[in-house]
Design a protein around this ligand. Structure first.
Ligand SMILES: Cc1cc2nc3c(=O)[nH]c(=O)nc-3n(C[C@H](O)[C@H](O)[C@H](O)COP(=O)(O)O)c2cc1C
Length: 182
């Protein structure tokens, strides 16, 4: 690669980084268990459908969690609580091929009610998901998860990603509460 094309690549990545970090997203820990193998990755996620409840996650091919979700067709999506943020960022920086990954993360797990993959204890909310559809989307694969069980922790403090940082949710703005479905 020439110095000029390297500069162009860096400029493109800086532009994309700014663009992508301008869309606030919930920060979550995805947990997948297949047989004896359990792995956790930091992800961002979105709602797709209210009834049935469906969520979307996007995983890079080659990641261990991508492989486990593809194999097991189920995963939990655990909304990161403020108290868990350091562990979530660590989960986002350690690859699944590190045999000490789970030990380093020191997360606690709880059994799910409807699938093999466990919930992450202490999460602000947990969604048990069965894979409904997978679609190749640019440099990630999109997984749609049908929510078959859930738990929402009273007093949970969900974390969002924005501007390249994990953030606490701020005060509600003026206006009427909007109830679902709208
Ligand atoms: C805050 C945060 C959000 C992330 N979101 C995603 C995501 O949505 N999709 C993805 O493929 N990787 C995402 N990552 C990167 C993965 O969590 C990271 O590559 C992880 O080490 C993969 O683990 P694995 O190899 O065990 O699957 C994110 C990382 C961080 C820190």
């Amino acid at each position: 690669m020439t110095a000029k094309s390297e500069d162009a690549r860096r400029a493109r990545h800086a532009e994309l980084g700014k663009l992508l970090s301008s869309l606030p997203c919930p920060e979550a820990l995805l947990c997948a268990r297949v047989g004896d193998a359990t792995d956790v990755a930091a992800v961002t996620a979105m709602w797709v459908s209210y009834d049935p409840v469906i969520v979307a996650v996007y995983l890079r091919p080659g990641m261990r969690t991508h492989r486990l979700v593809n194999e097991g067709r189920q995963f939990t999506l655990n909304v990161v609580d403020e108290a868990q943020n350091p562990q979530a960022l660590l989960a986002g920086s350690i690859k699944g091929d590190d045999p000490k990954k789970l030990e380093k993360l020191a997360l606690k797990f709880e059994p799910s009610t409807s699938i093999d993959s466990p919930r992450v204890a202490g999460a602000a909310a947990s969604y048990e998901c069965r894979v409904l559809k997978v679609a190749a989307c640019g440099d990630h694969d999109l997984f749609l998860g049908l929510v078959t069980g859930h738990g929402v922790r009273d007093g949970g403090k969900p974390v969002v990603r924005w501007g390249g940082h994990s953030r606490a949710i701020g005060a509600a703005l003026e206006g009427p509460a909007v109830k679902y479905p709208h």
